[in-house]
Each structure stands twice: as structure tokens, then as C-alpha cells.
Design a protein around this ligand. Structure first.
Ligand code: ADP
Ligand code: MG
Length: 686
């Protein structure tokens, strides 16, 4: 049960003045459904604007407030183009007010021709025209705009405006309760941070590094607490020691010897499995490092000890791929391997459920369907989870309740992450690293090319198709407006389709799942030759025939991301190529990143350097990057504050493992506040 003190924060935003169903939607898109979410939706930055008389007084790139009179509305020529309102300053200079997508509807209403308006926004240039893209404010009264020369800038989604979000944030902040301090007193004094409530008020009000640090620290602390509670709980649980006798492993006839790293990892796993306490181990290894074989060995050990093993994959496609590989590798051992996904219905499903219950199935591979309530095991000894951090720790715990005793867990991830982030994601979980690639891999040829050479590049793709091989084309999301990014990706898609016709498919995050799945299927089956995708190419999709990946605006990606993208190719026997397309001007760090990509393919090295080279703010999603479990703390803060937060959490848990003391109670509040209450729930269970 959530502590009562937090109730005001977990009220739905509908309770705030002015929020109806219409306003709820765009908030949901940002993950803002409760008051709590609003208070932690911290400003991305603060803008300070200058009031100018005429456009001549303003510099490109400057934030300004100016009085303009609309003279003409221009609808987009194509369906996706922007809507422009041309407006004149008092000296007769023209500036375009540019709107993408649905925002144009409000422009039509707010900017009638001939009526003077006060406009606030960032002045820039499009071709030879000055423009303001999505002005922050358009008002008819000067005071309304001039009164806001300094203000926070919040992340928005379509249908929201800065004043709207700012107004709601203020309402939410007015509901903040006073909460007891959960930070260790010595640490708190030394840092000189504001108290929780003050920190939030300050962070919404202006640049305030101390307040931001405190809030980031809270998030890190909550995470460390929760992971430590999981860990402590795991140590308390009774597992079953699994001792293998090699009778199954001995029958394997692999076409290759194991690498040193594979042998070492298997030995580490074997060492865990014979313990009473359930294993909680992470297997880290780049794409192609050979994690599947390690998983197979581990599962066979469980089978040798007379137990069942399950392998959980994040998607159906991946589950199927694992199933094919593992079944064929395990064939000589005679163990029974099945695939179970959400698609299985009726008889087929019944018979698998029977087999799991009576123990005739030794290894089951599937999506989360393998852990539904209706699925029961005779004696599940080991769970292997592929691509761990798409599931999160909470789900791992649900799995734990499946066996009579807690099964051993091996989590595999293809994302080599730096040590600091390993701590953030997994706490003090034991880790095995596959830091040695199987021999005979052809390195991927990596080239950096200027976007100006587009024609040449497209010709190159045409030649590539002649060999019968496929390719990926990745478009980044870089603009402030999602709509503009999508428009850019769609424009690229349209252009490539003009050249290659139906052989091109488009995949992006805004598509309906059916549409996306259909496009993926076409590509996997080889029907489509080129997949144009926005940043996310489905993690782990294995299309060995795709041997070329083109990354547009590569300078906007972090190293780790580039490495992941490059890893989409080079899985077959053919020579793979990665083309990094760059813009005309590059920062020094961008140059270093691209150079490093050419220089190495070692994922662990890239991950460490990535962390070092990031934080300049020039990268995509540096603050809320998907590769950390945090929303408040950015990479720089994680690196700087996590060790202290971790030590802080450990100290409290060592002294007061049941979180019963006064500070322990405060820590519980923190866990609920950051929705890591699965940590608290374990306390009750134990
Ligand atoms: P991961 O899951 O880590 O991305 P896989 O387990 O799919 O990698 O292995 C990639 C490829 O390398 C597979 O074709 C596999 O058969 C092969 N492989 C694995 N281990 C070795 C090894 N020790 N020597 C040679 N090839 C190997
Ligand atoms: Mg794999």
C-alpha cells in the first residue's frame, strides 16, 4: 500500500483545473497522467528572450518577442509540408511563422491577416526567409507576452502549449506535501542541497544545478535501494542447487570450439548453479559474441540435474529464431525443446502446457506467454532472459514465483554498457562478459561520407541490391518537433521509393503495430530489400542477408547507438558495410566519435568512450536517453552521483534491512515516489 502522505501526488491530472479528456491525451503521450508525473516533468531548459522592435534588431538563432502583422497564409503544397503564415514587422520585413502538422489549425485561428500579434519564439532562417518555427506564444496583448521574457521550456507533444503545461505544473506544485528527508544526513549536509519540496519548486523556476542534482540523486537512490532489496531478497530465497553431470553437454556436436570467454562464462554460471541461493547473473556480450551457446549450455546443465529450463525473448520473431537455433544445436542430446508464443492456441497450446506440467518438455522458448498464469511447470530450474533491460527487474521477479523454489536466472544483454551503467541497471548483480568474438568474423567496413554525395550513395545501394543482398537506412529523430522528424523520414522513404519502388518499406515508432509488423515481415522474408527506419530498428532483428546499413546524420548519434545500428549487419558470411552519412559541419567530439567507429568494433571499449564523450548536449536524447533506467538523472549526473547514492543505499540497508527506522520509512516513500515499490513489496514477502 502506498503511504498516505503521497496520495496527493498520485491523483490523476484530470483533477486539475482545466484538464478534460481532450487535454489528457497529449499528456498521456508524454507519460504524464498523474500529478506526480507533472512535478517530475522538469523544464528542458529556460529561455530568456529579448523584446525587439524590428527583425533587423534580432540575430538569427535568438529568442525574441516581437510585434508582427500577418499578411498571408500559405497552405502546404504537399500533404506533409509545413503551414506558413507570412508576417510583417513595423519596418516591413517579412518573417514566416511555420507550423507542422495539426499545430497549423491553431495558427489559422490565432493569426488573422491584418491583425497585429505579439509573437515569442526563436528566430531562424529557412532558405532566404527568416522564420519562427512553432512560436512559443502568440498573443494580442503586449503584456501577456512581454511579461514572460524569462520562462521554463517544457517538453511538449502535439496539442500542448508551453503556457498550458507551465500552468498545470504550477497547479501540481501547489499540491506538494512536505516529506521527511530520505538522504543520508551527512551526505545531505555535505552537498548543501535543498529539501525535496524546495528542490522541485526551484527546479521549475530557473536554472538551479543544486536542485536538479538533488532530484537526480533521489532517483538514483530509489533505484539503488530497489535493486539492493531485490538482491537481498534473492539471497534469502531458497533455490535448488543444480549439479550437472555432463551427460547431455557431452553429446553436443558443435561445429566450432568454444571461445575462451564462452568457457569462462559457462564456468561462472556452473559455479552459481550449484549454490543454494538462486543465481542472478548477467551475461553481457555484443551481437554475435555467441550468447546463445552459453544459454544452451546453462539450460542443459539444468536438464542434466533433472530440471526444466525456459528462455524468454522480447519478441516473437526473436523467440522463433532462438528456437530454431537451439533445437538444432541440442538435437544430438535428445532433450525436448518447444516454442510457445501468444500465437499458439487450442490443441497445440494445450499439448505444450501438458508437457510443461508433466515434465516431458525440457526446454521451452518463447515470449512472455511462457510465464502466464495458465502456464505451469513441473520443475523449473533455470530462466534465461534475452535482452534483459526491455523487461526490467519487476518482471524478473514475477518469473521467480513460477517454480516451487526460486529458479536461477541468467539475463543476457547485447548492449555492452559501461560499468557505471551496469550498476544503474542491475545493481550488484554478478556479471559475465563475452569480451572475445568467435574467430573468423569479417570486420564490418565502416565508411564516413558526406550527405552531399547522396546520388553516389543511392547508386551504391542500387549496386548492392544487384548482389541480392538487403540494406537498412536509418533516419534519426533530431528536430525539436517530432512531426518534422517523421516528415524527414517519410520524405527519404518517398525519395528512395521513387528509385526502388516496392522494394522499400518504412518502419517507425508511430505506426500501428499491424502496419509495423507487416513491414518487418516483408523485410525479414526478403520480399522487401530496403528498410527505412527511424532510430529504432527492432532490437536484435536478425536478417543475415542485410549487409549494408546507412545511417543518416550520423553525427547526431551517440557511439553506443551507432554501434548498435552497425550491429544490425555483419551476421552472415558476406562482407558487411556501414555507411555513416555526415552533415557538412561537425564538432570536435562528433569527429572523434565517427573516427572511433572506423577504428574499432569492440563494444565494451565503445561503451566506455561513449560515456566519456557524451554530456555535451549535442546528442540525441542526452537527458532522457533510453539506455538508462532514469528520467530525471542525465548521464553526467549518473556518473557523478551514482556511486554516492549507491553507498548511501547500502548503508541504510545494512543498518535497517527492513526499512523500519524513521529514515527507513522515508526511504519507503522514496521508493513509491519513483515507482520502485516492487522493492518494498519484497520486504513484506520476506
Ligand atoms: P549473440 O546471441 O551473442 O548475438 P549468437 O549466439 O547468435 O550471438 O552467435 C552468433 C554466431 O556465432 C552464430 O552463428 C553462432 O553459431 C556462432 N558462434 C557462436 N560461438 C562460436 C564459436 N565459439 N566459434 C565460432 N562461431 C561461434
Ligand atoms: Mg542473440
Amino acid at each position: 500500500m502506498r503511504p498516505e502522505a503521497l496520495n496527493p501526488l498520485f491523483v490523476e491530472i484530470d483533477a486539475l483545473d482545466g484538464v478534460g479528456p481532450k487535454l489528457r491525451k497529449p499528456h498521456e503521450k508524454l507519460g504524464l497522467t498523474r500529478v506526480r508525473d507533472l512535478i517530475y516533468h522538469l523544464p528542458e531548459r529556460f529561455v530568456s528572450r529579448r523584446a525587439v522592435e524590428t527583425l533587423d534588431d534580432a540575430a538569427e538563432g535568438e529568442q525574441i518577442v516581437i510585434s508582427l502583422t500577418p499578411v498571408e497564409h500559405r497552405s502546404p503544397r504537399s500533404g506533409r509540408g509545413p503551414y506558413r503564415v507570412l508576417a510583417q514587422d513595423r519596418a516591413g520585413n517579412i518573417c514566416a511563422l511555420t507550423y507542422f502538422g495539426r499545430a497549423s489549425f491553431s495558427a489559422r485561428k490565432q493569426l488573422p491577416v491584418g491583425e497585429k500579434r505579439w509573437v515569442a519564439g526563436k528566430l531562424d532562417r529557412f532558405g532566404d526567409m527568416l522564420q519562427i518555427v512553432h512560436p512559443d506564444h502568440v498573443e494580442s496583448e503586449s503584456e501577456a507576452t512581454l511579461g514572460r521574457l524569462n520562462e521554463p521550456v517544457y517538453g511538449l507533444s502535439e496539442g500542448l502549449t508551453q503556457p498550458r503545461v507551465a500552468g498545470l505544473a504550477q497547479q501540481a506544485l501547489a499540491r506538494l506535501p512536505d516529506l521527511p528527508e530520505w538522504i543520508e544526513p551527512v551526505q545531505f549536509d555535505r552537498a548543501g542541497w535543498p529539501a525535496w519540496r524546495d528542490a522541485l519548486l526551484l527546479a521549475h523556476k530557473g536554472e538551479n544545478p543544486s536542485a536538479r542534482d538533488r532530484l537526480a540523486y533521489d532517483e538514483l537512490l530509489a533505484n539503488s535501494f530497489a535493486l539492493m532489496l531485490v538482491r537481498a531478497d534473492n539471497r534469502r530465497r531458497k533455490g535448488q542447487p543444480l549439479k550437472g553431470d555432463e551427460h547431455l553437454r557431452g553429446k553436443l556436436q558443435l561445429p566450432f570450439p568454444l571461445t575462451g570467454a564462452q568457457k569462462r562464462s559457462i564456468a561462472e554460471i556452473e559455479g552459481d548453479l550449484v549454490q543454494d541461493a538462486p543465481m542472478l547473473r548477467l551475461l553481457q556480450g555484443d551481437v554475435g559474441a555467441g550468447k546463445t551457446v552459453v544459454a544452451l549450455y546453462s539450460m542443459l546443465i539444468a536438464n542434466e540435474a533433472g530440471k526444466q529450463a525456459a528462455l524468454l525473448a522480447p519478441t516473437e520473431i526473436l523467440a522463433r529464431q532462438h528456437y530454431e537455433t537451439i533445437r538444432s544445436m541440442a538435437a544430438p542430446t535428445g532433450v525436448e525443446v518447444v516454442l510457445l508464443t501468444g500465437r499458439d492456441k487450442g490443441r497445440a497450446r494445450e499439448s505444450i502446457l501438458m508437457g510443461l506440467l508433466d515434465g516431458s518438455i525440457d526446454i521451452v522458448i518463447g515470449t512472455h506467454a511462457i510465464f502466464q498464469d495458465t502456464v505451469n511447470y513441473k520443475d523449473l530450474g533455470l530462466v534465461v532472459i534475452d535482452e534483459q533491460h526491455r523487461f526490467g527487474v519487476a518482471q524478473r521477479l514475477q518469473l521467480a514465483s513460477k517454480g516451487k523454489s526460486t529458479p536461477h536466472t541468467l539475463a543476457m544483454t547485447a548492449t555492452p554498457i559501461p560499468r557505471t551503467l551496469t550498476l544503474a541497471h542491475y545493481g550488484e548483480m554478478d556479471a559475465s562478459r563475452l569480451d572475445e568474438m568467435p574467430p573468423g568474423r569479417k570486420p564490418i567496413i565502416t565508411r564516413v561520407m558526406s550527405m552531399d554525395r547522396m546520388e553516389e550513395i543511392v547508386d551504391g545501394i542500387a549496386r548492392h541490391f544487384e548482389t541480392g543482398q538487403q540494406a537498412f537506412w536509418v533516419c534519426p529523430m533530431v528536430h525539436e518537433s517530432e512531426v518534422a522528424d517523421l516528415a524527414a523520414a517519410e520524405a527519404r522513404y518517398a525519395a528512395l521509393r521513387e528509385r526502388f519502388g516496392d522494394a522499400v518499406v518504412l518502419v517507425h515508432g508511430q505506426q500501428k503495430p499491424e502496419v509495423k509488423d507487416a513491414a518487418m515481415e516483408q523485410f525479414v522474408s526478403g520480399e522487401a530489400k530496403l528498410m527505412v527506419a527511424t532510430t529504432v530498428i527492432e532490437v536484435g532483428v536478425d536478417v543475415p542477408n542485410a549487409t549494408l546499413v546507412v545511417v543518416e546524420q550520423a553525427e547526431h548519434f551517440g557511439l553506443a547507438q551507432l554501434h548498435q545500428l552497425r550491429g544490425r549487419v555483419g551476421r552472415g558470411s558476406e562482407q558487411a558495410v556501414c555507411l555513416l552519412l555526415r552533415g557538412s559541419t561537425l564538432s570536435e567530439t562528433a569527429k572523434r566519435r565517427l573516427a572511433l567507429m572506423r577504428e574499432t568494433q569492440d563494444g565494451f571499449r565503445i561503451a566506455e568512450e561513449d560515456l566519456e564523450l557524451r554530456g555535451g548536449g549535442e546528442l540525441l536524447g542526452t537527458r532522457q536517453s533510453g539506455d538508462t533506467p532514469f528520467r530525471i538523472a542525465d548521464l553526467e549526473q549518473i556518473t557523478r552521483l551514482l556511486p554516492a547514492a549507491h553507498a548511501d543505499a547500502r548503508l541504510l540497508i545494512e543498518r535497517d534491512g527492513g526499512l523500519a527506522s524513521e529514515r527507513g520509512q522515508a526511504a519507503r516513500l522514496l521508493l513509491y515516489l519513483f515507482e520502485r515499490d516492487w522493492g518494498v513489496q519484497l520486504l513484506r514477502g520476506g
